[in-house]
Design a protein around this ligand. Structure first.
Ligand code: KDG
Length: 323
């Protein structure tokens, strides 16, 4: 039986083997990626049972994804191998300076064909689980993928699961105006909402230059009971009820690959919450997982297990209650 259920599109990421522009890159490493799959693997490494719902193509990349997730201990009973579409692909530069370009080859992919019937077929996974994790990427993929997220939230509500939403705005997939409507709608039905300052501002209509505490308060007003505003190198701010907590980021000597930090953060937060940790401690765990993720190339390579997490936590300070 799984504690956590998640769903989304798991992709193959071809990541440049060395920093530089895509135009000059000739060698790529093949990684498995996808926000929810990253979070699933992060949770599995921390000892939690996770069920992943999704679709892959009937091709070598799809096989690689299923083998990777299964090998990490994620339950893949509800990953459908779709004969009608290829596995989605993304290609990523690595940059020593500035933002790295990402190309998506995922329009019409197997993962984007996820639908409510796939979630219904996995209904058994919701019974006995404690947590559903969704992101703002899946509803951007297609109307049926958005309906799958809606269906998962409905099943989770019926089964009294805690629902977390990581906003994860992807401007290549939809417009900010489209995303804002869906973010607000999903946030109203989630218990925990997390996002960076831009995403929080988009969802709430606030200004992204507002203080993180104000952004957190604005997110809370959308309906969730706990919210987290992620601030990269400045750590994270969480709010629940009248309490607001700031937690510093863990210092990382060199950022090797920043992609996947948010998913590692989500995995750490959910794991800590499932283990009964208080909000300040859950933030500390989440920040440590996010830091670990960016020290390794690829989204999943740096996700820590419990032993590594404990070593990292031994070196990090706690957070401050702001009010
Ligand atoms: O959070 C990391 C993800 O961005 C990456 O793995 C791919 O899911 C992905 C996306 O849509 O960008």
């Amino acid at each position: 039986m799984s504690e956590v259920v998640t769903l989304g599109e798991c992709l193959v990421a071809l990541v440049a083997a060395a920093p530089g522009s895509l135009a000059e890159t000739t060698a790529f490493e093949r990684h498995v990626a996808g926000a929810e799959a990253n979070a699933a693997v992060g949770l599995a490494r921390l000892g939690h049972e996770v069920a992943y719902i999704g679709r892959v193509g009937n091709d070598g990349f799809g096989t690689a994804i299923v083998r990777k997730l299964r090998g990490e201990g994620v339950n893949v009973d509800n990953v459908v191998v779709d004969d009608g579409a290829p596995t989605g692909l993304m290609i990523r530069e690595r940059r020593a300076l500035g933002a790295a370009h990402v190309l998506y080859y995922r329009s019409g992919s197997a993962g984007s064909r996820l639908g409510p019937a796939d979630v219904d077929a996995a209904a058994g996974s919701f019974r006995g689980a404690s947590w559903l994790h969704v992101t703002g990427i899946t509803p951007a993929l297609s109307p049926n993928a958005r309906a799958a997220v809606e269906r998962a939230i409905a099943l989770a509500r019926d089964a009294r699961l805690t629902i977390s939403l990581d906003l994860n705005l992807r401007r290549k997939l939809w417009s900010e105006a489209e995303a804002a409507v869906v973010f607000r709608d999903l946030a109203a039905r989630a218990d925990v909402v997390m996002g960076d300052e831009d995403e929080a501002a988009l969802a709430t209509g606030a200004d992204s230059s507002d203080e993180a505490v104000e952004l957190a308060r604005a997110l809370l007003a959308l309906g969730p009971s706990t919210v987290i505003v992620k601030r990269g190198r400045s750590g994270a701010v969480a709010a629940t009820g009248d309490t607001t907590i700031a937690s510093p980021a863990m210092a990382v000597p060199a950022v090797v690959d920043p992609v996947g930090a948010g998913d590692a953060f989500a995995a750490g937060f959910i794991a800590a919450a499932l283990e009964g940790k208080q909000l300040d401690e859950a933030l500390r765990v989440a920040n440590a997982c996010g830091a670990a993720a960016i020290t390794v190339v690829g989204d999943m390579g740096g996700l820590p297990d419990h032993a590594e997490l404990d070593r990292l936590l031994a070196t990090t300070p706690g957070g401050d209650t702001l009010r």
